[in-house]
Design a protein. Structure first.
Length: 94
């Protein structure tokens, strides 16, 4: 996935916290002075959530930024989640 800047977010049963979190993330991204043509992508790594985490992510991010969800079939933990997300961004510059 070719991009200029990649952001990795790891989740696990985070439904109740995600709405406010993504509002803050999107607010921060919109305040950045991003040069025209710069491509930013958000990678969401879900550690096998049992709640509605994926649904809220898709509802909030759908119209705002380019994103990809990596759904894991087991909880690998936070460090491994970030490693998996980073692998998804290996073609990004930053």
């Amino acid at each position: 996935m070719v991009c200029d800047i990649g952001v990795v977010i790891v989740t696990y049963n985070s439904y109740s916290k995600l709405r406010n979190f993504f509002i803050k993330v999107l607010d921060s991204l919109t305040k950045l002075e991003i040069p025209s043509g710069l491509k930013i992508i958000v990678i969401i790594v879900d550690n096998n959530s049992r709640d509605e985490t994926i649904e809220i992510v898709e509802r909030i991010l759908r119209k705002e930024v380019e994103y990809k969800i990596v759904k894991l079939d087991r909880n690998t933990g936070l460090p491994m989640g970030y490693n998996i997300g980073a692998l998804s961004l290996r073609d990004c510059n930053y």
